[in-house]
Design a protein around this ligand. Structure first.
Ligand code: ADP
Length: 503
């Protein structure tokens, strides 16, 4: 199969969260299985910087140049083809400096960019044109999140029998229902779609244009990033207003857990670590990585103290209000160290900063985005907290399992699907991998963390069993890629049944 992906993020070009990891890795896995894969991305400043600093990256400038009519204004797009060393994936970067040559991907310190609707309508429309212009022989167009929600709409409404629309099926992956790309109604003109589609069954949501809804309404098949999240988004509150549409299309909605890139997230080879380890010598490896983490962050170097790691966006979704309450309760009373890495909302940064100032011997806080530090925290932490309000999939708990940092998670979305609670029976059977709680309250988080801390300090053998069970699991892309290929087949079948696809 030839799969074309369109996304607003992919490592190594641009990343704000898990979407970039997924779109960075899945195409490579598809190529390993013998499929062909191309990825379209905006040519952000960060992307250009990436390739300009690396002569080994091959860039073919302007392999196509086209014009998008954006509300009556002709706007040029230059498509650059980029090839990374050792990779068979073709990356097509859509260049328009007016939209993408800035710091930040979706916004800056003043908030979201005011022209995001234009930026991503332009991107989606340029992708649709570029596929045709470059004559890419695709079977599947796979779109990710609201930024590319317009593409399935073109795909579905095009009637030209000779175009790529008749040869391929569309798949839309929802990474997070909370981000829908909702803009005021008059922005409909930027989409280039007939005004007739601006109604509640397709592109309109209470008078606004909704680009995620557009993708959900038009795609041949839908996926989201875990089976539990696929169920949760069909009802309130996780559907964020689109639960009715998702429930109506549930026969086309599939939940597939994201995989992790095990070439990057591997404690045996991770270049960010001072000591490499595997299941065989994890205790020794973790002790060494913990010492180096404590040293580098200025925390007291103590092997005995439990070290709690947290990495994530400073956003309400990640459960920071629970974490902050727990920290306030414990800060002077419990002998634990907190190592926190998170960037995002200032209110959370300020509250965490106060705690770090109060007890610098117990709390280390970094409010930057640092991939190397994220790796070192996973390696050095004994426990890893993810008390999310909701979590479509979550990658950090998967990294934690692999690095022997036992996850303490709330039972929601992908966390519920990937972490098995350390009940006495589960530990006995060797299937317990972490600590899971239900209620979204600081008390419930405290109870789960206390359960973990008690086993950690009182029953090292049981702790080893939990760590070993987590480290032995395989959360690589190999299974998820096969599941995704089945969805691609299904999508083609749906399109054929709808008599849209040439057989
Ligand atoms: P989400 O996509 O909702 O942000 P995920 O757990 O799916 O959450 O993925 C988050 C990704 O971003 C992980 O790879 C995580 O390590 C990384 N990450 C988040 N915040 C930071 C940060 N401040 N520094 C480095 N990496 C971060």
């Amino acid at each position: 199969m030839h799969i074309v992906m369109a996304s607003s993020e992919a490592i190594p070009f641009a990343k704000t969260g898990g979407l970039a990891d997924v779109v960075g890795t899945l195409p490579i896995e598809l190529c390993h299985l013998g499929h062909a894969c191309s990825v379209f991305l905006p040519a952000y400043k960060s992307a250009k910087q990436y390739w300009s600093e690396r002569p080994e990256v091959k860039v073919h400038q302007a392999v196509a140049s086209l014009v998008v009519d954006l509300a009556g204004y002709p706007v040029h797009a230059w498509i650059h083809r980029v090839n990374l060393p050792g990779s068979r994936v073709d990356y097509y970067l859509v260049d328009q400096p007016m939209f993408y040559d800035r710091d930040g991907i979706y916004g800056d310190s003043h908030g979201a960019f005011g022209d995001n609707c234009a930026r991503y309508c332009f991107f989606s429309r340029a992708v649709a044109q570029a596929i045709e212009r470059l004559a890419i022989p695709l079977d599947i167009i796979h779109c990710h999140d609201w930024q590319t929600g317009l593409i399935p709409a073109y795909h579905r409404t095009q009637t030209d029998h000779h175009s790529w629309y008749r040869r391929s099926a569309s798949v839309m992956t929802i990474h997070n229902m909370a981000y829908q790309g909702r803009f005021w109604g008059p922005d409909m003109i930027l989409t280039g779609m007939d005004q007739g589609y601006f109604h509640w069954e397709s592109m309109e949501y209470y008078g606004d244009l909704n680009l995620l809804k557009t993708g959900i309404a038009f795609a041949d098949a839908l996926t989201t990033v875990s089976p539990t999240y696929a169920k949760e988004i069909q009802s309130h509150p996780q559907g964020y207003g689109l639960e009715g549409l998702l429930s109506a299309r549930r026969d086309r909605l599939f939940g597939i857990v994201n995989g992790i890139d095990t070439s990057v997230w591997n404690p045996q080879t991770d270049s960010n670590l001072s000591f490499h380890y595997s299941l065989e010598n994890w205790a020794q490896g973790k002790a060494a990585c913990k010492r180096s983490l404590q040293e580098s962050l200025g925390l007291p170097v103590r092997p005995d103290v439990p070290l709690i790691g947290i990495v994530g966006r400073l956003a309400e979704q990640k459960g920071w209000d629970l974490i902050l309450q727990l920290m306030r309760w414990w800060i002077d009373h419990r002998d634990v160290q907190w190592v926190i890495l998170g960037s995002g909302e200032q209110r959370f940064a300020d509250a965490l900063f106060q705690l770090a100032q109060q007890r610098p011997d117990r709390v280390s806080l970094q409010t930057t985005f640092s991939d190397p530090l994220a790796h070192r925290i996973e390696a050095g932490a004994d426990l890893f907290l993810m008390p999310s309000l909701y979590e479509p999939c979550g990658l950090n708990q998967l990294y934690s399992l692999r690095y022997g940092a036992v996850p303490v998670v709330r039972s929601t979305g992908g966390l519920a699907d990937t972490v098995c609670d350390a009940t006495p029976e589960n530990i006995e059977q060797g299937i317990a991998t972490g600590f899971v709680f239900d209620d979204y309250t600081p008390e419930a988080l405290a109870q789960a963390t206390i359960r973990a801390l008690e086993i950690y300090s009182q029953s090292p053998q049981l702790w080893s069993k939990i760590v070993a069970a987590g480290m032995s699991q395989d959360w690589s892309w190999s299974k998820s890629t096969k599941d995704m290929l089945e969805v691609y087949e299904q999508a083609r079948q749906f399109a054929k049944n709808d008599q849209r696809l040439d057989s």
